[in-house]
Design a protein around this ligand. Structure first.
Ligand SMILES: [Mn+2]
Length: 377
């Protein structure tokens, strides 16, 4: 089912997506299946929610259409497809002031970063590190500046290598931030152990000083060892400030790191065993019990969800979250009142048939509404 599109296939992919977008529009932009009932969104006026966000609450929508962290084109259309579905209007219906920022121009930033390099892979086992690094530096600056204004950054990927930039900006703004990583994969690789060299598998590994003490050895990531314009950083994530939810495909080295670092991990096995409710109780308890005032960030890889609901993604793995479990994770984190930023990644319209692509984008849209406070009652 998965078609590999090389970078040279950009033109083909663009035509392909253009056709699909037109078809989608002719159907009213709706999804294909039974989930396509549009219900009324109600403003979230509960003042106990989003207590780290300044009033009146503003969401900063940051499109991060990155593709260089993995081999497929198509993830760059994520922000556009989510906006086409009426995402901004929904956020406003949920009671947010919406700051819509133009997508980060990775085409220019990445081309500029790589212009003096003719080596495609630039560094052993960190493919396109110049492009990923330059793009993530721009994203980190933007995310940090929005958090410092008291806004809620909503980051639309893009592949998961943008997590390098999001996490960097978030941790520079507040190094105490707790991170909930919802994913089929651990994304805890570093170049010395990565089996693929794809940087979408490294965002968490690159934040851990235990795994890589000096990131300036990787071309493009030198900025990660310096201070930001606000004098903060370098960004690091403590292993006990992270919890995983939904893992089911872990590399050998990652398995070792998770155990060595003692990272709190809830795999699909734990969700089968305990149920998603108990898992989320334990996950938030781990992050909040010694640090009740910290903000939380959720990074949501759409491949955490079962491919029956989210087939249009680059590294689909069977046995994932159900539709309701997927939403519950987001709703529960919001209910804590501590969510301060969110990210959704790896939606790739080209990697499934049309109905599957529509379903995946629709799910991403619904999850974002949950991040920003939509609830059943
Ligand atoms: Mn991921």
């Amino acid at each position: 089912m998965l078609r590999y599109l090389s970078r040279k296939a950009h033109v083909y992919a663009d035509r392909h997506i253009g056709k699909r977008a037109a078809t989608s529009e002719s159907r009213g932009g709706g999804g294909a299946g039974i989930g396509n009932v549009h219900h009324q969104l109600i403003p979230t006026d509960d003042s106990s929610l989003f207590r780290h966000v300044a009033q009146p609450r503003t969401v900063s929508v940051i499109g991060a259409p990155m593709t260089y962290g993995q081999p497929f084109v198509g993830t760059d259309r994520g922000p556009e497809l989510l906006r086409e579905r009426g995402l901004l209007k929904d956020l406003s219906s949920l009671g947010w002031r919406v700051e819509d920022i133009p997508d980060i121009d990775f085409d220019s930033i990445c081309a500029e970063a790589a212009k003096n390099s003719n080596d495609v892979h630039t560094f052993p086992n960190a493919k396109h590190s110049l492009q990923v690094g330059a793009g993530c530096s721009a994203l980190a600056d933007l995310v940090e500046s929005k958090l410092r204004l008291g806004r809620f950054p909503l980051i639309l990927g893009g592949d998961h290598s943008i997590g390098i930039g999001s996490l960097a900006g978030i941790l520079r703004s507040n190094p105490e931030t707790g991170v909930i990583w919802v994913d089929a994969h651990a994304d805890l690789n570093v170049p010395s152990v990565s089996e693929s060299g794809n940087m979408h598998g490294m965002p968490l590994g690159l934040m851990m000083k235990e795994l890589i003490p000096d990131r300036s050895v990787i071309p493009g990531l030198e900025w990660m060892e310096t201070e930001s314009q606000y004098g903060s950083g370098p960004p690091r994530l403590a292993p006990d400030s992270l919890v995983y939810v939904g893992l089911r495909d872990i590399d050998k080295a990652e398995r070792r790191f998770i155990k060595q670092l003692g990272i709190k991990t809830f795999t699909m096995y734990d969700i089968d065993h305990l149920g998603i409710g108990r898992v989320m109780d334990l996950a938030l308890d781990h992050l909040m019990k010694n640090n009740p005032d910290r903000p939380l960030h959720i990074s949501y890889d759409i491949d955490a969800v079962d491919p029956s609901h989210a087939p249009a993604t680059g590294t689909a793995v069977r046995g994932g979250l159900t539709w309701r479990e997927a939403h519950f994770v987001a709703e529960y984190v919001v209910k804590s009142g501590s969510l301060a930023s969110a990210e959704i990644v790896e939606v790739n319209y080209t990697l499934s048939d049309e109905d599957g692509a529509d379903d995946t984008v629709e799910l991403g849209h619904n999850l974002i509404n949950s991040f920003l406070g939509e609830s059943i009652l």
